[in-house]
Design a protein around this ligand. Structure first.
Ligand SMILES: [Zn+2]
Length: 179
């Protein structure tokens, strides 16, 4: 029984394929691309399930998070921070972001945002989140998310059963994000 992980001989092939799939189709907060890729790589159903369980336990809760949280460049130790072009205290600022493809709002510290972005740039992809507010606290960022949600709904945005919210134009092109 094989399990896909950083130690697997096809790990690089897997993460390259995952990065391409996300670039082409986005991530809909599932392991859809992961499962499809593992099948192509010859994994049996129980091996795919075991791999996905392993990813989830390690912080890879969806396709894009496997790349963000688990796929560090093999030449670097996993805990090495990417080199930062800016040295301000970004840990005390909060950023509210929205992804038009995924319909999701997100908030994290400015440090996490730039670290994620650097990792993605180095990996040749982007998760599509757009920052729309920079705040002094998590509460303020959360309020900014509420204000944006309200504004989107007022202008014809629709929320789905998962709480994702899309503007009508984006919903028409979101494709796989409907499930
Ligand atoms: Zn994702």
């Amino acid at each position: 029984m094989q399990v896909m992980a950083e130690t697997h001989p096809k790990w690089q092939q897997f993460t390259n394929g995952l990065s391409n799939a996300i670039r082409a189709h986005g991530c809909d907060h599932t392991h859809e691309h992961t499962r499809a890729l593992l099948e192509v790589l010859g994994f049996a159903d129980d091996e795919i399930e075991a791999s996905v369980t392993g990813f989830t336990e390690a912080g890879g809760f969806c396709d894009c998070e496997i790349l963000t949280n688990l796929a560090s460049p093999p030449s670097e130790p996993a805990n090495t921070e990417p080199e930062r072009p800016c040295t301000l205290d970004l840990g005390s600022l909060w950023v509210a972001e929205y992804s038009p493809q995924q319909g999701c709002l997100n908030m994290m510290t400015a440090r996490e945002v730039v670290e994620n972005n650097l990792r993605q740039i180095m990996g040749g992809w982007a998760n599509g989140y757009i920052p729309f507010a920079i705040c002094k606290s998590a509460e303020e960022a959360s309020r900014a998310c509420d204000v944006l949600t309200e504004a989107m709904l007022k202008r014809g945005g629709k929320s789905d059963h998962l709480g994702r919210i899309f503007m009508p134009e984006a919903a028409a092109t979101a494709g796989g994000a409907q499930g």
